[in-house]
Design a protein around this ligand. Structure first.
Ligand SMILES: Cc1cc2nc3c(=O)[nH]c(=O)nc-3n(C[C@H](O)[C@H](O)[C@H](O)COP(=O)(O)OP(=O)(O)OC[C@H]3O[C@@H](n4cnc5c(N)ncnc54)[C@H](O)[C@@H]3O)c2cc1C
Length: 251
């Protein structure tokens, strides 16, 4: 018999080793009228915890509260009930449980740099929306919807996840770098750009670096507009990296 006690996510949080991280910044990176929503989220790491540029953050999402209420109503369940699930005898609602896999963490690239922002982690998140399997409306992705609704002062349940060493970018005077990224694929490179800028400003000699960035339209979803210093721009360089922009809406 399994007894689920505490808050709805407590048992899962313990299983996945995630802890509460405070959200200190959350804002849209795309224009309000642009349908493919992109968002910036900053969370603070607990004292003593840090990360390395290009690591990942595993985020345990919470379900849409409206969906939870609907499911509870359908199952005639009280949301404050402690649930005992016996695996030894058949349950009339067992088929429902089969259809509902436990929620699992989603992986997001850390988009900040350990050298310039070791105490917090930035994320760049794209809201995933797919036609719902029910045939009615759309299915907003569980993890991306969660991160697209968090506000300053909320907490997210997450843990740092090291990336493979092959994904780390070497910044020295012998290793030229070429980065190709579309949309939120740019997320991990934002940290590398900040690392590079910090090194260059402290006098380090660096081999040339080039980034090709793909977006839909520079005035709608130019994710590093802030770093580039202006919206709608096609910067020649960002953070001591030469820059090329490819916009799918333009010839
Ligand atoms: C190493 C790594 C780094 C990543 N970094 C980033 C990042 O920096 N930024 C970022 O935005 N993403 C990133 N991702 C992707 C991210 O982990 C998630 O996969 C993404 O946010 C979608 O997850 P979700 O929970 O929103 O979608 P889910 O809810 O898991 O949905 C995923 C898919 O399941 C299907 N689906 C599920 N249920 C239904 C339903 N009822 N009806 C219809 N379709 C359904 C949909 O087709 C959908 O495409 C990264 C992934 C990896 C592996």
């Amino acid at each position: 018999m399994t007894e689920v006690i505490g808050g709805p996510l407590d048992a899962l949080a313990a299983r996945h080793g995630v802890t509460e991280l405070n959200v200190t910044e959350a804002r849209s990176l795309s224009e309000p009228s642009y349908p493919r929503v992109k968002r910036f989220v900053r969370v603070v790491l607990p004292p003593g915890q840090t990360y390395r540029t290009a690591d990942h953050l595993a985020v345990l999402p919470a379900n849409d509260p409206a969906l939870v209420e609907r499911a509870a109503k359908l199952l005639d369940a009280d949301l404050d009930t402690v649930l005992n699930i016996a695996s030894t005898r058949p349950r009339p609602d067992g088929f429902v449980l089969d259809l509902l896999p436990p929620i699992r963490p989603r992986t997001y690239s850390v988009s900040s740099s350990q050298s310039t922002a070791s105490g917090h982690v930035d994320l760049i998140v794209s809201l995933l929306e797919a036609p719902a399997r029910s045939g009615r409306g759309t299915h907003p992705g569980t993890g991306s919807r969660h991160l697209n609704t968090v506000r300053v002062g909320d907490v997210v349940l997450a843990r740092r996840q090291p990336c493979r060493e092959a994904f780390r970018i070497t910044h020295d005077d012998r290793t030229p770098v070429i980065v190709i990224a579309a949309g939120t694929g740019l997320a991990p490179f934002r940290g590398a750009i900040a690392d590079r800028l910090g090194l260059a400003e402290s006098g380090a000699r660096l081999a040339p670096a080039l980034c090709y960035f793909g977006c839909d339209a520079p005035d709608a979803d130019y994710l590093l507009a802030e770093e580039a210093g202006a919206k709608s721009s096609r910067p020649a360089s960002i953070g001591r990296m030469s820059w090329g922009t490819a916009a799918s809406s333009e010839p």
